[in-house]
Design a protein around this ligand. Structure first.
Ligand code: HEM
Length: 334
């Protein structure tokens, strides 16, 4: 293989723009109290690239990737001098009918591959390395469902930004130079009432989503009495600019337990854009005219992270490790 080909080995960490995969694991953990747990976590994160290669190299066409996101509280504990400008915990929302809870999470691992076994193996080795330094808060294995449909039966992800629009929407730019190339990540685990959804006639389902079900064509609902999900999630600022986010939602479920879900994950250059989408979905526009998708979809988690670009992640881990080493009591003489 030429050098050129090696450059293009499709296994990577912190690759926010990795393509939609067939399988994914969403793993949220909290870090135990104490300096020892912090030191373990820093050393494991430092070796994340190598772990991705260790597992991903076994089948390069499996395109294993892993993105790690760091929560606001852990960022504080690392004692770093710098912090992404907008990073804060997920703000719970209480709408007139539906509420979005805020749930704990210090680290998010978004593991993607074309093969579920690559995701599984990576997660297994990752958790073994983290050991008692972390507790698992939530673990979801998602799968691609036919032509990228959610379990409600609609194609999900169509309006995602592509090409040059992708970094412009999903990655922090010069406005926060120290964190350029990173991304705010918001996750919510939704469970659906598929029986109730199944009783809704297809034209009404389409009005709720804002696209036709079979052929995925956008429905113009500017004049409709109630806005669709698609329209409530469209954010236009005062200057008329539209602000997109990158979504990599995945279906998950256990039919035997009547569990049917969508794991929502949004990457954004600005946290406020996702927060605004959530406000419009839960509170409604006008207030009260909330997103009817929520009548059939209940969020069980809600957590915000920041996924630094790889160079920033490496340097912040080095700074945290140096700080931890300096804080260790000097060894007493024998
Ligand atoms: C669009 C499903 C939650 C943001 C869509 C579409 C579907 C969908 C089917 C239309 C096709 C597409 O463009 O992808 C779902 C499901 C959810 C969910 C099943 C959870 C139960 C959310 C949440 C947000 C969000 C929590 C934001 C915080 C968006 C955006 C669009 C969209 C930005 C594109 C709007 C546009 O056309 O510009 N979603 N969604 N979604 N959704 Fe969701």
């Amino acid at each position: 293989m030429s050098d050129k080909n090696w450059d293009r080995v499709p296994i990577d960490a912190q690759s926010i723009d990795a393509p939609l995969s067939r399988a994914a694991v969403f793993l949220v953990v909290t870090v135990a109290d104490g300096a020892e747990a912090l030191a373990t976590v820093c050393s494991v994160l430092d070796g994340l690239d190598d772990l991705v290669k260790t597992v991903g190299f076994r089948d390069l066409s499996g395109r294993l990737s892993c993105i790690v996101g760091i929560g606001s509280a852990l960022w504080g504990r690392l004692g770093l001098e710098t912090r992404p400008q907008e990073l804060k915990p997920f703000a719970p929302i209480a709408g007139p009918v539906h509420a979005a809870p805020s749930t704990p999470g210090d680290l998010l691992f978004h593991i993607r591959a074309e093969r579920a076994d690559l995701c599984f193996e990576f997660e297994r080795l990752l958790l073994a390395a983290l050991g008692s330094g972390v507790s698992v808060v939530d673990e979801v294995s998602g799968f691609r469902y036919f032509d990228a449909r959610d379990l409600l039966g609609f194609v999900d992800g169509t309006a995602n930004p592509t090409g040059l629009d992708l970094p412009a929407s999903a990655l922090v730019g010069g406005e926060d130079a120290g964190f350029q190339g990173g991304s705010y990540v918001v996750v919510q685990k939704y469970l659906h009432d598929l029986d109730a959804w199944g009783r809704v006639p297809t034209p009404e389902q389409e009005a709720i989503i804002g696209r036709t079900k079979s052929d995925n064509v956008e429905i113009d609902d500017d004049a409709a009495p109630r806005k669709s999900h698609k329209s409530l999630a469209t954010i236009v600022d005062a200057a008329g600019n539209e602000h997109d986010i990158l979504r990599d939602n995945m279906p998950f479920g256990r039919p035997g337990h009547r569990e049917f879900g969508t794991y929502f994950i949004g990457y954004s250059r600005h946290l406020w854009v996702i927060e605004k989408m959530l406000q419009r979905m839960y509170v409604g526009d006008p207030p009260g005219a909330y997103d009817r998708l929520l009548d059939f979809s209940t969020p069980h988690t809600g957590t915000t992270f920041f996924a630094p670009a790889r160079p920033a992640l490496q340097s912040l881990l080095q700074a945290a490790q140096a700080r931890l080493a300096a804080a260790q009591p000097a060894a007493s003489p024998a």
